[in-house]
Design a protein around this ligand. Structure first.
Ligand code: ASP
Length: 330
């Protein structure tokens, strides 16, 4: 029996046609039927497809509710027998949506996110190749039990590590801390690394639970922290280096951490936040002693989503700290 894969499309450059002025994406013109029609090689794979035209949005406008809707549709497709699900969307937010899908995904079947850096009318458009490779990965037994994967440029990335590392390059996606977990060679997915453990067991997220992200800069006086009001149930601070802030920010952060969970990540985006190496005021050890929770290896964008999922599910401080500690070990 041939395998079935479901393709759920959300929009993005992969689905974009230029307007009369040559500007892309004023309206996202293409649905999943158009996307698969541009990949005649699919016929030779023996994989049959179910298509779901869920949203037609630029990546920048995708919301947490859209991702939750995509996860629900994907779950429904898997329960009807799909071997895996491909989500196509704008690359601007893939590193976040894929991680959120990963946090919410409890099925063994893989969910694979892809997109394109060049829209279909451009020379060297990458959407068709990315879609073909993503479908091959979604159908592969090797991809099972790995949560959400991102497939771009024939590379297979774990959602936890993948980042968009260039604004326009066709090779924009990378996992700088770990490398890709595999690649697609001659149509065959090859995955080299074992699957990591899950970070949470929660399968839902509440979009009304808001988590703020504050990036620390040179000579920062922490003024933005004072502007955070009760709308925010938690805060992620993207600190300098291995988790540092100017000494002037210490007291405001201490006060904030007494009110809501405050997670300390690094604005560098690659590498762990330290625990006990530096001891100056505003160092990682100082901030941890004042109640901030280290983000482990998670970059600020992913840390923000993890905190939102935890808070959405009523996690207390101990669960939040334990979950981020696990993210620091793996
Ligand atoms: N540059 C983006 C993309 O690659 C635009 C978007 O995210 O919709 O799809």
């Amino acid at each position: 029996m041939s395998q079935r894969v479901s393709v759920v499309s959300l929009g993005g450059t992969i689905a974009t046609v230029p307007d009369a002025d040559g500007r892309a994406g004023a309206a996202i013109g293409l649905g999943p039927q158009d996307l698969v029609a541009a990949v005649p090689q699919l016929a030779g794979t023996g994989i049959s497809l179910d298509l779901v035209d869920l949203r037609r949005l630029p990546g920048a406008s995708v919301t947490v509710d859209d991702v939750r809707a995509a996860a629900e549709r994907a779950r429904a497709q898997v329960s009807r027998g799909a071997a895996g699900v491909v989500v196509t969307q704008g690359t601007d937010t893939i590193e976040e949506t894929a991680f959120l899908l990963d946090l919410l995904w409890t099925d063994e079947a893989p969910v694979v996110v892809t997109g394109a850096m060049r829209y279909p009318a451009l020379a060297g458009a990458d959407g068709p190749a990315n879609l073909l490779a993503a479908i091959q990965v979604a159908a592969s037994p090797q991809a099972r039990g790995r949560g959400c994967l991102v497939v771009m440029s024939d590379e297979i990335h774990a959602a936890r590590w993948v980042r968009k590392t260039h604004t326009v390059s066709a090779g924009a996606f990378a996992s700088p801390a770990s490398g890709p977990i595999g690649s697609v060679v001659e149509g065959e997915p090859r995955i080299w690394w074992p699957a990591p453990g899950r970070l949470t067991r929660h399968s839902t997220v509440d979009s009304t639970v808001k988590v703020a992200l504050v990036t620390v800069c040179l000579d920062d006086d922490g003024g933005l922290l004072g502007a955070l009001d009760d709308r925010y149930a938690g805060v992620v601070v993207a600190g300098l280096g291995a988790g540092h802030v100017p000494d002037r920010m210490v007291e405001p952060l201490h006060r904030l951490a007494a009110r809501v969970p405050v997670v300390l990540a690094s604005r560098i985006g690659v590498g762990p936040v330290l625990s006990a190496t530096y001891g100056f005021p505003g160092s990682e050890s100082d901030l941890r002693s004042r109640g901030l929770i280290g983000a482990g290896h998670l970059d600020p964008y992913k840390a923000r989503l993890l905190l939102q999922v935890l808070l959405s599910n009523g996690a207390d401080r101990a669960e939040i700290a334990a979950t981020f500690a696990a993210a620091g070990r793996s």
